[in-house]
Design a protein around this ligand. Structure first.
Ligand SMILES: C[S@@+](CC[C@H](N)C(=O)[O-])C[C@H]1O[C@@H](n2cnc3c(N)ncnc32)[C@H](O)[C@@H]1O
Length: 272
């Protein structure tokens, strides 16, 4: 019975994928991610919405204010809401890259003053000069990347010595049960036992790490609460199966956070 309960989110996700791949796709933008963005009240698809970005902006303004005038890179920028929020908070030069052309098209059409590019984070040096950026950040992106060292090395290549890197993501301490993200891809959370070495190997020195696991629980509880409160509105705009997949994915993440097989982490590192 417990096994069946554990499998429920995967069955729902599997059902969702079957239905979706068997009919024409109306829009290339993933619908479940649009639900997330609508619930979060901005074009964010990371935990903690604006609160998480505010946390990072406050730290940068206090400890590294020179970054506001430098070149900043939003890696895995998604719909572009985070990059735009930084610009509105005084960051003067922001670029956004994402591997998904659909989200880049969305961001380009909506936000001005930011250069958005479709690009794999593992190939940053194909598009950017060496030592170009003063600040690079990833909000819930590294979990989706299998070869973290390759991407961190690319980030080091396009960042100045002394540049700051901010990683905000899911974390694990032990090998846990497999997880799928909102688009059905495997999640590879940050291994807290390995990340310091992975960063150092790639040219980054860790300045600070902060365990956000308890805060992630509160944020995901709030997100599911918002889904409940806005369910009639959401039902008017999205298909039932998209809402079901969304709900199953986040319930599963919340379950993993509560049983401590998943956590949240914030890391600041400096380019050596
Ligand atoms: C959970 S979303 C977060 C989006 C955005 N950072 C935010 O906070 O709203 C993860 C994003 O990472 C992007 N992504 C995944 N792998 C990537 C890669 N190798 N290079 C660039 N972007 C990637 C996905 O396309 C997706 O838009």
């Amino acid at each position: 019975m417990r096994k069946l309960l554990y499998l429920t989110p995967f069955l729902l996700i599997g059902g969702y994928l079957l239905i979706n791949y068997s009919k024409p796709v109306a829009s290339k933008v993933n619908q479940a991610r649009l639900i997330l963005s609508e619930l979060r009240g901005g074009d964010f698809t990371h935990a903690g919405d604006k609160e998480a970005v505010d946390m990072v902006i406050a730290k940068i303004k206090q400890d590294f204010p020179e970054i506001l005038k430098g070149n900043c890179l939003d890696v895995g920028c998604g719909f572009g809401g985070t990059a735009d929020y930084l610009v509105k908070n005084g960051f003067e030069h922001v670029w956004g890259v994402d591997i998904d052309p659909a989200v880049i098209n969305f961001a380009k059409a909506k936000y001005e003053g930011i250069e958005f590019l479709t690009l794999d984070a593992a190939s940053l040096s194909l598009k950017f000069e060496k030592e170009f950026f003063s600040f690079a950040y990833l909000f819930n992106v590294l979990y989706a990347i299998e070869d973290k060292v390759q991407t961190l090395k690319q980030l080091a290549k396009v960042s100045k010595p002394g540049a700051i890197l901010m990683i905000f993501d899911y974390s694990i301490t032990d090998n846990n049960e497999p997880l799928l993200d909102l688009v059905g891809k495997p999640m590879r959370p940050i291994d807290t036992k390995k990340i310091k070495r992975q960063l150092y190997e790639s040219g980054w020195e860790v300045l600070e790490t902060r365990d956000l696991s308890e805060t992630f629980i509160v944020w995901y509880e709030q997100l599911l609460q918002k889904l409940e409160e806005k369910k009639y509105e959401i039902k008017g705009n999205f298909l039932e199966q998209d809402i079901a997949k969304f709900s199953a994915t986040y319930l599963h993440i919340l379950h993993q956070l509560r049983n401590k097989s998943l956590g949240g982490i914030l890391i600041y590192a400096k380019r050596i």
